[in-house]
Design a protein around this ligand. Structure first.
Ligand code: A2P
Length: 283
């Protein structure tokens, strides 16, 4: 990737800008509107939200006031846990579109594979959800469909009944967390890897090895992280509500990490803490 205008290509031919603006934990209202608006002004064209983040309305508002044509932006949202199953998914999608006030979505993801309400029947619930996703995709209401927090066994179960394979898996990928098994599986199946919490939700700033690399390259720790994410072939989704940081997080195209340093960062095991197990989360 050579610039923020570069894209990955999904297996269905859709282009997806190589860095997305994360909005998890961005409070709804003025804070979310101004952060997203500022991100768009800074050159981000890809915004990642979710029903569970509670800020879809603000994201939609920021997109409208940005003045950038809808077709020049890439907008992702995600299906919340209580809404799994065919009928509930269609209803939830409708609500998401009303909140965003948009007539199509670029990417829609199943947020978690195994919500607590469906723990005894998650496969059936995902199969029903996916049928709804496929219909919305075929009807042109979503340009690409995918999953989030899925591990290999969840994807294999989904593929038993799917007609269309997922195009994206959005998972936690950050220094010290490379989820080897599922990332290998996704690469083999042409499923693009999106990296949420690419800065370890802020924990990476305390890691001594990252401080040393920051000095070595003359770039901030955030920039080292995001450059690493791109060199790993991931699509990072950094979150910030701070204008300087929003800009800093896309200024990552004027340097390259050595292969040795890429490996070093990957190997900083759990330096940003552990990743939740999707089969045991309490939501
Ligand atoms: P803030 O929103 O106040 O800038 P992640 O993307 O891994 O979820 O990390 C987000 C966290 O990292 C937030 O706490 C965010 O705080 C902080 N953050 C984002 N970008 C930077 C940066 N460039 N420098 C320092 N902290 C950052």
């Amino acid at each position: 990737m050579k610039s923020l205008n570069d894209s990955y290509q999904l297996y269905n031919g859709v282009s997806i800008p190589c860095i997305g603006f994360g909005t998890w934990q961005t409070p709804d209202g003025d804070m979310a509107v101004s952060a997203v608006k500022y991100a768009i002004e800074s050159g981000y064209s890809h915004i990642d939200t979710a029903a569970a983040y509670g800020n879809e309305e603000s994201v939609g508002k920021a997109v409208r006031i940005s003045g950038i044509p809808r077709k020049d932006l890439f907008i992702t949202s995600k299906l919340f846990n209580p809404d799994h199953g065919y009928e509930a998914t269609l209803k939830a999608f409708d609500l998401t579109m009303r909140k965003l006030d948009m007539d199509y979505l670029d990417l829609y993801l199943i947020h978690w594979p195994n919500p607590i309400q469906f723990r005894d029947r998650w496969k059936e619930a995902n199969a029903g959800t996916w049928k709804a996703f496929e219909e919305l995709y075929k009807a042109g209401k979503i340009r690409a469909i995918g999953i989030s927090n899925f591990r290999t066994h969840h994807i294999e179960a989904l593929l038993e009944t799917a007609q269309i394979a997922p195009m994206v898996n959005q998972i936690r990928l950050c220094p010290g967390e490379t989820q080897e098994k599922v990332t290998k599986y996704c690469r083999e199946h042409n499923i693009l890897l999106e990296a949420y919490s690419p800065l370890g939700t802020g924990r990476v700033f305390e890691v001594p090895e990252m401080k040393q690399l920051s000095e070595k390259y003359g770039k901030s720790i955030a920039q080292i992280c995001l450059r690493w994410s791109l060199q790993m072939g991931y699509l990072p989704l950094p979150k910030s509500v701070n204008p300087d940081r929003i800009r800093e997080n896309v200024d990552v195209f004027d340097f390259e990490l050595s292969a040795k340093d890429v490996t070093l960062i990957a190997g900083l095991k759990e330096c940003c803490g552990p990743t939740s197990n999707p089969d045991t989360v309490n939501f």
